[in-house]
Ligand binder design. Structure first.
Ligand code: NAD
Length: 354
């Protein structure tokens, strides 16, 4: 059993904690939390051992009636590995602490690539992280791009990728984020930092990204344009993408016309927190014209890195191959919307539909 501790129990940390508990080969030692807020009461309610990050707030936990198992240092001692899901930049500050305790760690995509020995995506470079001590799971956007580009690169090769990333302004709990009523190029310079981040996974890939922020908390949307090394037919590329376990092709008949509907679909499907672990590619957007490929995909920023963290834990532990780990993670989390896996229904003729 791999004993896992989580430091930083917020949007990503709470999801990774739940996912760890669903694994047959992992045990959650506990989670480290700064303050006894509603997320901490949620952890206590779930039965997770809570550790405090500093002495300053320990009394506040007692006042809120939340039992504390001990300080963060104890969590580090009792865990085989720590998943650092603290806000961007704090993970790098924490690395010396983990080194002092000789506790290997996973970091998240908000950190610079230098925080870990390797940047990780389960589909592309699982083996590169095998046995490593410090691994960085790349960001939600980089995860989404890597999953899509991997089969294209492997099958026909990629000459050039261009991606416009329409990013959510903030997560639902980030009441101080924006924009409220605007569309903001962010960053205004091209390429955005996402392209170089994808190159931490595909070092030789030619990829330019443009980033914008918009007033939504639901999901990111990527508008993708790829010049392939060799031509591919639309049917072949659709089948290629359909064969990928963490890509979901959203069929036209489902009438899922945006990220709001996608999230509603996820909730209707019984997904915890309405999470969508897969890239959702609108099937009708998939267009291939000789060597040019286009599509539009939605990425649930709060969720897509969760299975990647689970696979990164197994890579770091050196217990499974990439395919073995991904299969266990997919099975235990319930990845894949089964109702879209049946044979495609005929598309409605829009002129006859009304
Ligand atoms: P978050 O703010 O929701 O959660 C971070 C948690 O860490 C909070 O509970 C906070 O109180 C706690 N914390 C703050 N300082 C701490 C400290 N010194 N020690 C321990 N805990 C501390 O952040 P998040 O959205 O979960 O992001 C975590 C990491 O994951 C970041 O690197 C981020 O870039 C990355 N990430 C976030 C998303 C997303 O959309 N939210 C997606 C992919 C990757």
């Amino acid at each position: 059993m791999l004993r896992v501790g989580i430091n930083g129990y917020g949007t990503i940390g709470k999801r990774v904690a739940d996912a760890v508990c669903a694994q047959p080969d992992m045990e959650l030692v506990g989670v480290a939390k700064v303050r006894p807020d509603y997320v901490a009461t949620g952890a206590a309610h779930a039965g997770y051992q809570l550790y405090t990050v500093d002495d300053e707030h320990t009394e506040a936990f007692a006042a809120a009636g939340i039992d504390v198992a001990g300080p963060l240092e104890e969590l580090l001692t009792e865990s085989d590995v720590i998943v650092d899901t603290t806000p961007a930049g704090i993970g790098a500050q924490n690395r010396p602490l983990y080194e002092r305790h000789e506790t290997p760690a996973l970091f998240q995509g908000g950190e610079d690539a230098t925080v870990g020995d390797v940047s990780f995506n389960a589909r592309v470079n699982f083996e590169a992280a095998t046995g490593a001590d410090y691994v960085r799971v790349v960001s939600c956007n980089t995860t989404g791009l890597s999953r899509l580009l991997a089969p294209l690169e492997e099958t026909v090769g990629i000459e050039k990728t261009r991606a416009t990333l329409i990013r959510r302004g903030g997560d639902p709990d980030q009441t101080d984020r924006g924009p409220i009523n605007d569309v903001v190029p962010d960053p205004v310079t091209i390429p955005s930092h996402h392209g170089p981040d994808v190159q931490t996974i595909f070092p030789d890939l030619s990829v330019d990204t443009i980033g914008l922020k918009v007033p939504t908390t639901q999901m990111h949307v990527h508008v993708i344009s790829v010049t392939l090394a060799e031509p591919i037919t639309e049917t072949a590329v659709r089948d290629l993408l359909r064969g990928e376990d963490r890509l979901c092709l959203v069929p036209g008949y489902a009438e899922i016309d945006g990220t709001g509907t996608l999230k509603e679909f996820a909730r209707d499907s019984g997904r915890p927190r309405g999470d969508i672990w897969e890239n959702c590619i609108w099937e009708e957007s998939i267009t291939a014209d000789g060597r040019e490929f286009y599509c539009v995909q939605a990425i649930h920023q709060e969720a897509d890195v969760v299975p990647e963290n689970i696979d990164a834990l197994r890579a770091l532990a050196g217990t499974h191959s990439g395919p073995e780990s991904r299969a266990i993670t997919n099975e235990t989390l319930g990845i894949g919307f089964d109702r879209f896996r049946s044979s495609p229904k005929p598309a409605l003729d829009p002129t006859a539909a009304d």
